[in-house]
Design a protein around this ligand. Structure first.
Ligand SMILES: Cc1cc2nc3c(=O)[nH]c(=O)nc-3n(C[C@H](O)[C@H](O)[C@H](O)COP(=O)(O)O)c2cc1C
Length: 188
């Protein structure tokens, strides 16, 4: 798939199954992540991936976090939280590892990590996979942050759920003109 086709045809899907990208495709996907624009070349990102049984450990972390926020959470709610990482065969946590002493503004470092996340989504799609970028409360929870090594200004920019699409949702048809304007000369 060429780059324009990948950009124009990517569509999120929450219905994901095996197979996930194998190690060769994963390497390509992470190389694509590293091509995100990065002011100062400080590489302000970390990627932690969970597959197979390791997803249960992420589910435990989500569960512990939920219990800290809602000690009265029911078993059913906790069970649902625990199973969240099993919604796809591969989950990648993308973390903006912010260098607070850098002259590069924090927002730029976080945007870089976001661009890396999008490169992952596009690269996975170009290789024939599908998925969805999710945040939700775990991204902002101190327990999850600490367990994934995010401190201070660091941000978990998302959890990327990846695998193979069970079905292909329809593509939206939105004219770019709704969001785009050409600047007109002020005194023209
Ligand atoms: C930072 C970020 C966080 C997101 N978090 C969620 C989420 O927690 N749950 C969700 O259903 N969609 C979330 N989305 C939106 C989906 O990834 C997706 O973009 C949306 O469903 C629209 O589908 P599309 O990408 O095919 O246009 C998030 C997107 C971004 C950029």
């Amino acid at each position: 798939m060429d780059a324009m086709e990948a950009l124009l045809s990517r569509k999120s899907t929450a219905q994901i199954e095996e197979p996930a990208p194998g190690s060769e495709d994963l390497e390509k996907i992470f190389q694509a992540a590293l091509r995100a624009p990065d002011h100062g070349c400080i590489r302000p990102w970390r990627f932690i991936y969970f597959q197979g049984d390791m997803r249960a450990e992420l589910g435990e972390i989500f569960c512990e976090a939920l219990l800290k926020e809602r000690p009265d959470a029911t078993e059913a709610v906790l069970e649902k939280e625990k199973n969240k990482p099993f919604r796809a065969p591969l989950v990648i946590a993308v973390i903006a590892k912010v260098q607070e002493q850098s002259k590069i503004p924090v927002i730029e470092q976080i945007l870089s990590a976001g661009a890396a996340a999008q490169n992952i989504m596009i690269a996975a799609h170009a290789l024939g996979y599908a998925g969805i970028w999710r945040s939700g409360s775990p991204c902002f929870n101190d327990h999850v942050r600490a367990r994934l090594g995010a401190y201070g200004e660091d941000q978990i920019v998302g959890f990327l759920y990846l695998g193979t699409a069970k079905s292909h949702p329809p593509m939206p048809d939105v004219p770019a003109a709704e969001y785009v304007m050409e600047w007109q000369a002020a005194n023209g």
